[in-house]
Design a protein around this ligand. Structure first.
Ligand code: HPA
Ligand code: ZN
Length: 332
């Protein structure tokens, strides 16, 4: 109980969270009703049962997970929807002493179903302002490209983001990795870099050529952060590079089912013991049973046999790697 209290009060930061993945079944059902979007389920329980997919660490899980994630997005239609889901998340951050969060969003699917950039971004950005003012939770946005959608839609999304460039700190890459390796995005990353975005990219868990993808993200895309990246421990030379360059790795010890967790936590323990700048993140708290950062940390501490100082070190890593001006990074 004392350890739980310590974790509950610990000032936290999260660097890997998708706003579309914060949608819980309840919110999805409610927004579908509000927007007249028909979902292929007779009841919320039926939807919940259908969503009860499992995501063990195997190459095929990501595609299955993304199908559910994409279905959830269909209910997001208006500026108010994006305001509501963003502010709901920031309220949970306040309740769990999460002081800073970097929020990823996927513009392409929203644009492709006719939601203008200025609509979804205005909703998210207003929630960011209100969350900072009323909840004391600071946040920043990372525009994420869905790597499995046509490359020209990625360029269109970057173009649509241009008027809001000063309010979007970073640029990332997510969705189905198999068949969409980093090398495909060299030109896109050159453009994002020239426009001044900070750069990250997903190298998801146990993907085909996972280690090669991490190398390519560093050397071709020239990212300063890797999302997931836990397969790096398979390559000692790569570990040396990541450690020397203090590359932040945003690991996600998420689970569903629960027995998928120990293998991820073991590998995060190895990363930590190797001296890598690794952080703990929830990725998609509405979809994974591991939930939000507040519910994730206690079982991770127990499973990984992490001491309170270790858990604090994970949070310090996140605050240090935060895309905030240097003078505001360590004030927590
Ligand atoms: N990996 C790839 N795509 C995603 C993820 C992820 O962790 N979360 C949401 N979209
Ligand atoms: Zn992710």
């Amino acid at each position: 109980p004392a350890y739980r209290d310590f974790l509950a009060a610990l000032p936290k930061a999260e660097l890997h969270l998708h706003i579309e993945g914060t949608l819980t079944p309840e919110m999805k059902w409610q927004l579908a009703g509000r927007n007249g979007v028909s979902l292929p389920y007779a009841s919320i329980d039926e939807m919940r049962a259908a969503q009860n997919f499992e995501a063990p660490d195997a190459p095929g899980y990501l595609k299955k997970f993304i199908q559910h994630y994409n279905e959830g997005m269909l209910v997001l239609r208006t500026e108010r929807d994006f305001y509501d889901i963003t502010l709901s998340h920031l309220a949970r951050c306040r309740d769990e002493t999460v002081r800073y969060v970097e929020i990823m969003f996927d513009p392409q699917p929203h644009l492709m179903r006719g939601v203008p950039f200025e609509a979804f971004f205005a909703g998210m950005d207003e929630a960011r302002r209100v969350g900072a003012r009323d909840y004391g939770v600071e946040s920043n946005f990372i525009l994420c490209i869905n790597r499995d959608l046509p490359l020209d839609t990625a360029h269109q999304a970057l173009g649509a983001a241009a008027p809001f460039r000063d309010r979007i700190v970073g640029f990332g890459l997510d969705s189905v990795e198999d068949g969409n390796p980093p090398a495909k995005f060299t030109g896109l990353y050159d453009r994002a870099r020239s426009e001044g975005y900070r750069l990250t990219a997903h190298c998801d868990v146990d993907q085909r050529d996972a280690v090669g993808h991490i190398h390519d993200c560093l050397n071709l895309l020239k990212v300063e952060r890797i999302d997931h990246g836990i397969n790096c421990i398979e390559d000692p030379a790569l570990v040396d590079v990541l450690r020397e360059r203090k590359i932040c790795l945003t690991a996600c010890p998420t689970w569903r089912p629960i027995d998928a967790m120990p293998r991820r936590v073991d590998r995060i323990r190895t990363m930590y013991d190797l001296g890598l700048k690794v952080t703990l993140n929830t990725d998609d708290p509405g979809l994974f049973l591991s939930g939000t950062l507040g519910t994730l940390l206690p079982p991770v501490a127990a499973t990984g046999n992490f001491a309170p100082a270790d858990m604090a070190a994970f949070m310090i890593n996140a605050f240090e790697a935060a895309w905030l001006p240097a003078d505001r990074r360590t004030r927590y």
